[in-house]
Design a protein around this ligand. Structure first.
Ligand code: CO
Length: 134
């Protein structure tokens, strides 16, 4: 069912510091920050030859990554995202297998303008898992 790794998302408190680390120390290609007020985050995309890394910094009150950063004050891997061909078929197959889909279970439009869903970390090795219809 799952295909390519689309991205690994890293939650950070200091987006500028994260950019400096990846751009200047690791020599990666890093995008300009993109505010996503609907998602409560500012995002920076790091383009690697085979996948992407996304930095997520809290934006505004009640960001969905506030709690994660309370538990992980230095930042950390927040979720992984895998591509699927058909997100509804994938969701239905996973639900039938007993996996929990977060929210109301309906795909939302993610940061790349494509439908995404999140799966409960307790069902996937303690890792918040995003599916994106590629
Ligand atoms: Co993501």
């Amino acid at each position: 069912m799952i295909g390519r790794l689309n991205h690994v998302a890293i939650a950070v408190r200091d987006l500028e510091g994260a950019v400096a680390t990846y751009r200047d120390t690791l020599g990666a290609e890093v995008s300009a920050p993109q505010a996503e007020p609907d998602h409560g985050v500012t995002v920076v995309f790091v383009t690697l030859p085979n996948t992407k890394i996304e930095f997520l910094e809290p934006l505004g009150e009640g960001s969905p990554i506030d709690k994660f950063l309370e538990k992980n004050p230095n930042g950390g891997i927040h979720h992984v995202c895998y591509e699927v061909d058909d997100i509804i078929a994938a969701r239905d197959q996973l639900k039938a297998a007993g996996a929990r889909v977060l929210g109301d279970g309906e795909p939302k439009i993610g940061a790349h303008g494509k439908p995404v869903l999140f799966l409960h970390p307790k069902d996937f090795l303690g890792t918040l898992t995003e599916l994106e219809q590629a």
